[in-house]
Design a protein around this ligand. Structure first.
Ligand SMILES: Cc1ncc(C[n+]2csc(CCOP(=O)(O)OP(=O)(O)O)c2C)c(N)n1
Ligand SMILES: [Mg+2]
Length: 1020
């Protein structure tokens, strides 16, 4: 008690500026601490006889509340705090409250409670009675609060009951010392209920016994809820009401029958699969089958509230069941996946528990149409989370669903993965950012209390597997998976929560895994104790039907009928599936683009050049401050940038930033949405872009010139992201799946940072089309180049991207000249380029949208070239009739008269400018040709061959690169040059030697290395 009292004193008396009454006026951001009172006030409060260890924090909290708004606390407290602040000493500030104010709803003056107490008399007469009354009252409030905060710790969540606490321990864990003031007699004392609880329903006061009983019912049965950390009081109260209101968890008989039917289907499918395909891995849901009615209930409730499209992401566990019973994917198609049938269409396919789906159907409960998509995913647990979010965001964006009322995401998780994978955290942190929010995701954890062979006690340091969600103030509902009605209740709350507050919410279904990790795995090796219990667990249909039979809701025949009917459906579907001779990957596509491919010539690409007036118009707009906004104060440095941009436009020249703006602007003009996302992209890491101008005098006043080019243009989105690569790149990939008529770009701060998003690159970008017949035109902008900045900030790891390209290095495609480029593009898995001129950057961006199909584009982008005087292009290379150049031939004398050339240097990207200058310095323009390979993959075999043929047969052929020999494009281009030259010529490497580190940390070493490279390149 002493400790608590001095703590309070310390906290209240902490020195701070601006204290005193005026502090009440401090407008509080929600998380701002209230200012402390004068030290005298603190001392007086802490010395009050009624302050003790169990109520001090309550008083403190109320005090903080009072400081913000005196009317928010009970009038008696208002009077008390006012008097204390006015100098009243310990014991003198308290006044019996009746005269203060009329009681508000759900609150009674403390004095009104004195009479009913302990046989109608105050416990101790006189002033002491008042003190006791207050102390008791505070203890009751403490008890209520304890259940709200800690009730979940003892809730009966585990169907296996492995860690069930004895009642006494449970009560200690929850109420701690708050019950110490009371003895058995006090349990019948009636106490006023504070406004922070709804357990009373219409009652304003209850006997203590009933208070505790109702709190136990609400917080310590099959549902354990965590929400008291939520800063928003309205949200807290909303949940309290949904959990505490008496009788709130009641279901009609029809509702119970529906739950039973759904449970029966879920268990029925698993047992059917187990019998028919006993040796197949399917990662069954047994032990967690309640997931199926849970998801269906969420969809029903959300559909009733207007949601039309549900995009779901989920891991392996129970996927087939979700496909069959939530999405209603035809069972024949699911069963056919078990037979080793040939694939009849394109793609390498994927295992059955990774496949996506897209279904439009009538929701029979709401009689409304819904669209259900499960996004295909790799084995990599949780990697699909941000992809789902991006896909939903795009749906919301394109249909103008600005609050997420029409489209929503549901993410399913395993307990081990949810707590272990960092991308979960990254995804949560996107949930409230304007350009990334999907306005609330419902997360469901199928918490089978095990991850493969590992016990939760050894896989996480947090008490719950869901703790990560607390960072975004999401409420978390833990629920016993063997109590289907409790599960439906939390699903109802979760769906309503999302619809009301548009924020994330988590449902943690505590269940078990009846079999091993998969069906052929032996769990007894590692979990004998747990699995001996599991063996005795009845199946959920049996358990729930018994309950319903016992209470008279259904009879045994009805139950049997439900089970038999579904068995029959499965049998018939299995028979039908046996007639299938082939499977189609396209049946499993999650993002169909209806109307996009139809009627298009797959080898015809529209022009990427535009009218000069378009270039000029866009150029001028992005070189100007807001039109008509004379008051918009631009930073002087930015004004200089704009001025020099304008000069460039006037001289028909573009640099990198201008080329990009013209690519984006012209696409916007043509009606294509453009989205550029990534860290600091609005200004640009290198301060070159400035797509968002900031008023220097008005906070948050900005101007985005690309949004105001034409009255009927498409929308431009440019958004600084959270400091995440995995999450944000996944998000943008998801965004790109929804609508092919858009250019979606993600820019890395420096190219090397994209390696924290490697899963998205390996598992989705490079292989998504092959596995899931799903295209994406996502564009990655990766600043790359050796500039003496050290091992990091230098390399975007070009070599890794090239290694992921599926093109055969030993095969010269026999395509006709006029369709060589487009056929290569149509057959590749992704495009990798390292452009050296702005015009090519502009064309390749525009080409992304003008191709008749979609391919991911990986672009190495420059840093120093952003301001390099030679890295500029003329409008002439961008107007109608011009196009992307895969290879840039030599532009000097060597290219004009090739016969005298002794060496041809091929290169890619920024090193060209170093080579060009070195050649000039050495006066070798007529003897050494420099050819740039701008598009590395697909490799321009045809144009490289033209270049090789152009120069004398005995000319020395060299590949020069600035990256170390084991990095960069060398390993990729070498075999392709050999193939191009039909092995008649050898290409030699010039550049840095092999290195473990991407670049040196020493500026001097960097310069030396560069000079050595240049000397070797020109050592004729
Ligand atoms: C990123 C990643 N690491 C490791 C694995 C291998 N793996 C597959 S399932 C699994 C256990 C998952 O446990 P949990 O998330 O609890 O899901 P459960 O299988 O229990 O449903 C592991 C480690 C994986 N698929 N992905
Ligand atoms: Mg698990």
């Amino acid at each position: 008690m002493l400790r608590a009292r001095s703590l309070l004193l310390l906290r209240l008396a902490a020195p701070a500026a601006g204290c005193g009454p005026a502090a009440r006026l401090v407008p509080a951001r929600l998380f701002a601490a209230a200012p402390p009172p004068p030290a005298a006030t603190a001392a007086a409060v802490s010395a009050e006889p009624f302050i003790n260890g169990s109520n001090s924090s309550y008083v403190e909290e109320m005090y903080v509340q009072w400081l913000r708004d005196p009317s928010s606390v009970h009038a008696s407290w208002d009077a008390y705090f006012s008097r204390t602040a006015g100098g009243a000493g310990p014991g003198a500030a308290y006044m019996a409250p009746p005269s203060l104010a009329a009681p508000s709803a759900n609150s009674l003056p403390v004095s009104a409670l004195v009479a009913p107490m302990v046989g109608g008399a105050a416990r101790v007469p006189g002033a002491a009675a008042s003190e006791n009354t207050i102390a008791d009252h505070l203890s009751v409030v403490g008890v209520i609060r304890s259940y709200q905060i800690r009730g979940h710790l003892v809730a009966r969540l585990d169907p296996l009951e492995i860690e069930r606490k004895p009642v006494e321990t449970a009560s200690e864990i929850v109420v701690r010392g708050y019950m110490q003031n009371f003895d058995e007699q006090d349990m019948d004392t009636v106490f006023q209920l504070p406004s922070s609880t709804f357990i009373g329903g219409r009652e304003k006061a209850l006997p203590l016994r009933e208070i505790v009983n109702r709190l136990e019912q609400a917080y310590c049965r099959s549902i354990g809820v965590e929400y008291m950390y939520i800063n928003d009081l309205e949200q807290c109260n909303w949940i309290r009401q949904k959990i505490e209101s008496p009788g709130i968890m009641q279901f009609t008989n029809d509702e119970k029958r529906l739950i039973l039917a759904r449970v029966a289907r879920a268990t029925g499918l698993e047992s059917f699969l187990a019998r028919k395909f006993s040796s197949e891995k399917r990662f069954g849901l047994e032990g967690g089958e309640v997931l199926i009615p849970a998801m269906k209930h969420i969809i029903d409730v959300s559909s009733a509230m207007g949601v039309e499209s549900f995009v779901m992401g989920m891991p392996h566990r129970g996927r087939l069941n979700v496909l069959a019973n939530v999405c209603r994917k035809p069972l024949e198609q699911i069963f056919a996946q078990f037979a080793a049938l040939e694939v009849a269409d394109e793609g390498s396919g994927d295992v059955k528990y990774h496949l996506g789906t897209y279904i439009e159907r009538l929701n029979r409960v709401t009689n409304k149409n819904v669209r259900l998509a499960i996004v295909a995913n790799p084995s990599h647990l949780e990697a699909v989370d941000p992809v789902v979010q991006g896909k939903v965001k795009a749906e919301q964006f394109y249909r103008g669903d600005s609050d997420g009322n029409k489209a929503m995401s549901i993410l399913l998780h395993g307990d081990a993965a949810f707590s272990g994978q960092g991308v979960v955290y990254e995804t949560f942190h996107l949930s409230d950012l304007p350009a990334y929010t999907t306005h609330g995701t419902i997360h469901i954890v199928v918490n089978n209390q095990i991850g493969f062979t590992t016990d939760p006690r050894l896989t996480r340091s947090s008490p719950y597997c869901t703790d990560v969600a607390r960072v975004v103030n999401a409420p978390i509902f833990h629920v016993n998976g063997d109590d289907p009605e409790a599960v439906m209740h939390v699903c109802q709350i979760a769906a309503e929560w999302r619809n009301t507050f548009h924020k994330d919410v988590v449902i943690d279904i505590v269940s078990y895994r009846r079999n091993g990790h998969n069906e052929i795995d032996e769990p007894m090796f590692t979990h004998p104790f747990m699995y001996n219990k599991i063996k005795k667990m009845p199946n959920l249909t049996d358990k729930y039907s018994k309950k319903l039979i016992d209470e008279g809701t259904v009879n045994a025949d009805e139950v049997k009928d439900v089970i038999d009917r579904y068995e029959k459906i499965c049998e018939e579907a299995l028979e039908a599936s046996k007639k299938e001779t082939q499977i189609y990957n396209k049946h499993w596509i999650d993002s169909p683009w209806s109307g996009f491919f139809e009627g298009k010539d797959p080898l015809k690409m529209s022009d990427t050049g535009v009218k000069e007036e378009t270039l000029t118009h866009i150029g001028k707009r992005v070189s100007s401050a807001p039109p008509n906004a004379v008051d918009f104060v631009i930073h002087r440095g930015l004004q200089r940038v704009l001025n020099s941009r304008m000069e460039m436009v006037e001289s028909r020249t573009v640099d990198w930033a201008l080329a990009e703006a013209m690519a984006f602007g012209s696409l916007l003009k043509e009606g294509y949405h453009v989205r550029l996302s990534g860290q600091d992209v609005e200004r640009g890491t290198f301060s070159h872009r400035h797509h968002v101008m900031h008023h220097q005098k008005v906070d948050m006043a900005t101007y985005r010139p690309l949004c105001y080019l034409y009255p009927d243009q498409a929308q431009y989105t440019v958004c600084n992201s959270s400091l995440s690569e995995f999450g944000v790149l996944g998000f943008e990939l998801g965004f790109s799946l929804t609508n092919p008529n858009a250019l979606i770009c993600w820019e890395a701060q420096f190219g090397d940072f994209c390696n924290t998003a490697q899963v998205i690159i390996d598992q989705f970008i490079s292989s998504g089309q092959a596995k899931w017949v799903r295209q994406s035109g996502l564009t990655l902008l990766l600043p790359h180049g050796m500039e003496g900045m050290g091992p990091e900030h230098s390399s975007a790891r070009l070599e890794r991207f090239l290694q992921l390209c599926s093109e055969d290095p030993e095969y010269f495609p026999p395509f006709a000249a006029d369709e060589f480029a487009i056929r290569q593009l149509s057959e590749c898995n992704m495009i990798v380029a390292n452009c050296s001129v702005p015009s090519n950057y502009y064309h390749i961006l525009r080409r992304q949208v003008h191709m008749p199909f979609r391919k991911p584009l990986i672009l190495m982008t420059p840093k120093s070239l952003l301001r390099h005087p030679r890295a500029q292009s003329s409008f002439d290379d961008m107007v109608e009739g011009t196009e992307f150049k895969r290879v840039l031939p030599d532009t000097a004398a060597a290219g004009q008269s090739p016969s005298g050339v002794r060496r041809v240097i091929f290169c890619s990207g920024k090193v060209y400018y170093d080579l060009e200058k070195a050649r000039e310095d050495r006066g070798l323009q007529d003897q050494v040709a420099i050819v740039r390979v701008e598009q590395l993959s697909p490799f321009p075999f045809d144009e490289v061959k033209q270049q090789l043929d152009l120069y004398p047969a005995d000319a020395d052929i060299v590949w020069a690169q600035e990256e170390a020999k084991n990095n960069g494009a060398w390993a990729f281009v070498e075999p392709r040059f050999e193939t191009t030259a039909a092995k008649a010529k050898v290409i030699r490497y010039v550049g840095r030697s092999c290195s473990a580190s991407p670049a040196t940390g020493s500026k001097t070493a960097h310069t030396k290395e560069l000079n050595a490279l240049l000397n070797e390149a020109f050592d004729l």
